[in-house]
Structures are given as C-alpha cells and as structure tokens.
Design a protein around this ligand. Structure first.
Ligand code: PMP
Length: 395
C-alpha cells in the first residue's frame, strides 16, 4: 500500500484530501533531510572541507536531477527558490516589470499569479488582461488569440492545473500562440508536477515554476526554470552573499546563473529532500498516478451525483486531481467544519482564487484534492461523512 511509505498515515487517522494545499512526505524524503542535518550539515559553495563539499555535491546533484526530470538543457536554467510564489515574484520584478506593457493571465489563477502583477501596477484593463473561460471553465483559446493580437509582445502567465477545479490548461497551445505574437510565457506548475510529466522543451515555456511541497517534497523549496535565452535579460532579484564574484567598497561583480540568482544561504536540506521526492514520483510513474487519479475522480463524481443539491462547477474532461463543489443553501465553511469534526481534511473557502469565485457568484467551495496515497476507502469515507454533515446542516 502506498500509504505505508508515508509515516503521517501511521500516526494520524485523518482522511487527508487537501493535497492541493500540501502533500504528505514519504519516509525517504524525511530520511534524506534527517541525514543531511545529522551526518553532514554544512553550508554549500563555501567550505573547502569534507562535509561542505558533500553538502554542495548533493545540492548540485539535485539541481541536475531536476534539470533532467523536466528535460531542461542545462543546470544554468534551474534556480532554487522558496516556491511558486517567490518564482513568480522574481520573474515579475526581474524580467517583466520594465519590458512588458501587458500581462495576460487566465481566469483560474491563484492569488500568487495575480497579486504580484497588481503590485507592479498592472490592473485589469490597464496592463492586465484576463482570458475568458467557457461553460466548463475551460480556457478560451480564441479569446486568448484576440488578446494577443491586440497586445503583441505581451507577457503571458498562466497556471497549468487549476488549484480549485483541476482544469488542465492547454499550455502547449498557449506557448505556441504567445510566441507567434512575439510574447513570453510563464507556466505555474504548482498543481501539475505531482501528476503530469513536465518537459519544458516540448512545452517551450520561457519560465516554469513549481513548489516541492505540493509534490511530496519538503516545504520552503521551489524551482524557477528560466529558458537559457532569457537568462541574460533577467535582473538580479536579491543580492548579498553567495552570488558574488568580487566586491570592493565601490562595486560588485556577480557569478553566473544559477548561483547569481540564489543570494544567501538556501534551504539546503529541503533541496536535497526534494530530489528524493522526485525519485519517489519516478518510481511510481506518472502513468500509474494519472490512472489512479482518474479512477478516484470517477468514484467522487458518481458519489457526489447521488447527493441531493450538489453543485459542480465543471463537467470538463480536462481535469486533474482537484474537484470543487457546493451543496445548495449550505456554506462551504460549515461543511468543512463538520467534515473536520469527523476526521476528514478538505479545504473550504475561496482557495486563494477570489476573482473566479466572484465571477461565479459564490463565496467559496469545498475542494477535494487527491494525492498518490488516496484510495477508494478515503473516497467512500469522505462521501459517507459528507452525507452525514449535509443531513445535520439541513435538519
Ligand atoms: N499557484 C497555484 C496554482 C497554487 O495552487 C499555489 C498553492 N496553493 C501557488 C501558486 C502558491 O504556491 P506556494 O505557496 O508553494 O508558493
């Protein structure tokens, strides 16, 4: 059983269905973090002694593993960050700010792909454009092309998989169209890396960001992929130690990518643990993960369909891992609380996606988001507890 690989499930009886927020960690990830702290804890790229060298070796080994995992050309293109939020903020202020008049996003973005644009002065209708969605909440490619025609050379920043509804965006078409109209594109892979094989060359993204913690790795670590041709126009985001070639009181010169973009001491243990998480995903395979998720989503849809007054927001086939719903006349927060009381962890609320909630005329939803370890029993348990919660709240 996959759950046996995750110590959390031996210590907790919770039915964990909040994987869109963060995932549990397999023992091998925990072991590699503990090993670093207990056997060779030292800073990277500094010490010329054994443990310092070993820490550097394992840190850089992870970079190379990530490079190969997402099929990037070179390790120069792989920058370690705190996560997706930091990755998007870096691209916004170091690349987009001075070079792009227009930023185009989708309707299904997480706040971390909306607020950084506001922060730089891009507002809807004044530098920020939002692609419409169809009845199934799917990305409207013809509206997208209209926006690109109107704003040639725009910067496009879209999520790969919606954290609320699981909709999978047609990112290959999005990058093709963006490039056709002279723009650049960032893909937010926060919700996709755990379930979809990422090949940055095939996708042809200019930037691709993800967080380790949503793909079974440690918190506080993420990756910003920068396509080689964009590196020289990418300004330094932060400066200080570790990025330096030479400093005098008058001036400083910097190392080359990737180190010039990683100022200060990094989350060394987290980076090393992330490699174990990616190895774990590889050992299971995306094919198995997708097949299993599809099976669980079908069970969920069938079960929810048997409950009165369920409101689903999409019937799209382009769905991975996350599903949102409401029950008529019951607030999602009340449902979330009653599920929690019965030992089921789901997320209830706006899911850091307030604009789409407003467009749909709702305050929030209940979201079930799946992980590698969820099984039929989890879904049956969730459905039984949901029915109980609904009957209490309707009483
Ligand atoms: N984008 C999406 C689609 C997300 O789901 C999340 C996290 N919920 C983020 C960005 C932000 O990720 P992080 O908190 O790891 O920076």
């Amino acid at each position: 059983m996959i759950k046996d690989d995750f110590p959390y499930f031996s210590n907790s009886k919770i039915t964990y269905l909040d994987n869109g927020a963060t995932t549990q960690k397999p023992q091998r990830v925990i072991d590699s973090v503990v090993k670093y702290y207990s056997e060779y804890c030292a800073n990277t790229h500094r010490g010329s002694y054994k443990d310092g060298n070993l820490a550097t070796l394992n840190y850089e080994d992870t970079r190379d593993f990530v490079r190969s995992f997402i099929n990037a050309n070179s390790s120069r293109e792989i920058i370690f960050t705190k996560g997706v939020t930091e990755g998007i903020n870096m691209v916004a202020s170091s690349f987009v700010k001075e070079n792009f008049k227009t930023v185009i996003i989708s309707s299904l973005e997480h706040h971390s792909n909306i607020v950084p644009w506001h922060n730089l002065g891009y507002k809807k209708g004044n530098g920020l454009e939002v692609v419409r969605f169809n009845n199934n909440l799917e990305f409207d490619l013809s509206h997208f092309e209209e926006l690109l025609k109107k704003n040639p050379g725009a910067f496009v920043s879209v999520t790969h998989v919606s954290n609320v509804f699981g909709i999978v965006h047609p990112i290959k078409k999005i990058t093709e169209l963006t490039h056709k109209y002279g723009g650049k594109v960032l893909i937010d892979g926060a919700q996709s890396l755990s379930r979809i094989n990422i090949d940055v060359k095939e996708i042809d993204a200019d930037f691709f960001v993800f967080s380790s913690h949503k793909s079974y790795g440690p918190t506080g670590v993420g990756v910003l992929y920068i396509k080689e041709s964009n590196i020289k126009s990418f300004k330094l985001y932060q400066t200080g130690g570790a990025v330096i070639d030479r400093v005098t009181y008058d001036d400083s010169t910097f190392l080359d990518s990737p180190l010039c973009f990683e100022a200060g001491t990094q989350n060394i243990a987290g980076v090393i643990g992330f490699k174990s998480a990616l190895e774990y995903i590889k050992s299971i395979s995306y094919e198995v993960i997708q097949k299993h998720e599809k099976y669980l989503l079908e069970l969920l849809h069938k079960g929810l369909g048997e409950i009165d007054d369920v409101l689903l927001y999409t019937h799209s086939n382009l769905v991975g891992g996350n599903l949102s719903f409401n029950i008529k006349d019951i607030t999602p927060i009340d449902l979330g609380l009653l599920l929690d009381k019965q030992g089921v962890a789901v997320r209830a609320g706006h899911h850091c996606a307030m604009p789409i909630m407003e467009e749909l005329g709702i305050d929030g939803t209940v979201r079930v988001s799946l992980g590698i370890y969820n099984d039929k029993e989890d879904i049956e348990n969730f459905l039984a507890k949901l029915k109980r919660a609904v009957s209490i709240l309707k009483d």
